[in-house]
Design a protein around this ligand. Sequence first.
Ligand SMILES: [Mn+2]
Length: 337
Amino acid sequence: MKARPLVLLGAPVQEGARQLGCDMGPSAFHAAGLAAALRRLGHQVIDCGNITPAPLRTITHRNGAIASLPEIVAWTEAITDATYDAGAIGIPIVCGGDHSIAAGTLSGLSRRAAEIGCDLFVLWLDAHPDFHTLDSTTSGNLHGVPVAYATGQPGFADVFPPLIVPLRPENICMMGIRSVDPAEREALAGTGITIYDMRKIDEHGVAPLLDGFLQRVNAANGILHVSLDVDFLDPGIAPGVGTTVSGGVTFREAHLIMEKLHDSGLVTSLDLVELNPFLDERGRTARLLVDLVASLMGWSVLGRPTRNIDHIAQAQCWTRVALGRDEDDVLLLTPPR
Ligand SMILES: [Mn+2]
């Protein structure tokens, strides 16, 4: 089976974070040569440009701390639809934007996964679990809620867009966590979300932790979404983010994760979030992110050729779609000329 195209989507959202500037993220990824780097690896890249938010509606909430609720709801609506559609064409790479965009990517991709009869798994690479509800957030910044929304935690109905297919918490693995609010800690307990905080990484190393998770995805014949927050990385190597937390993942750990993800062949979509070019140093963080995505998509120092990013599980999923749907749908599975 032919490698599926990479579908670039820009989600210039900054209203989910306190520090403005993430709306310049998609431009910075473009300037840092993301599409060109992926094409050099032999991938077909379809650049869909930026997503447009849905029309704003008046939406209020009893939690007065919440900022920019109508804006984030409008973005979530549009990003859900865009990633759902892009998932049918190829591998969506959504360039944020702050992490609130994951409310849309997770819900859109969950819906797509359910439709093709696959279980969606999520590798959440972040300093924060982003597991606040609309009631528990005290900062009011909605980049702190996407995982709670996408897993169907209480309080989002009638405020956020209806969640068609909730993501199963047991299918989420968080790595790099080192900043958790008390309300989040309480809410996370008993959810079944796997959390590998920095101490776990220090004690075991990223490789065995990631291997265990990837084996689970593989065993379930699942597909894997990766949500990469810049603050997953140590601020020493990635300063271009508004929410730096010391003690993050190193350059080599990050590349190793990406290389292993590539080897697994399981990744079917990716978020790149919280890049804030306003805070970056001469494009340094944007370039690092591009290099990491290249690692994920097959680049290696030894010049190992890009292998077919389809894997058996995925092929089975897509074959199932091809067999179960009419001819028009099947056509979507072949890369556009
Ligand atoms: Mn985050």
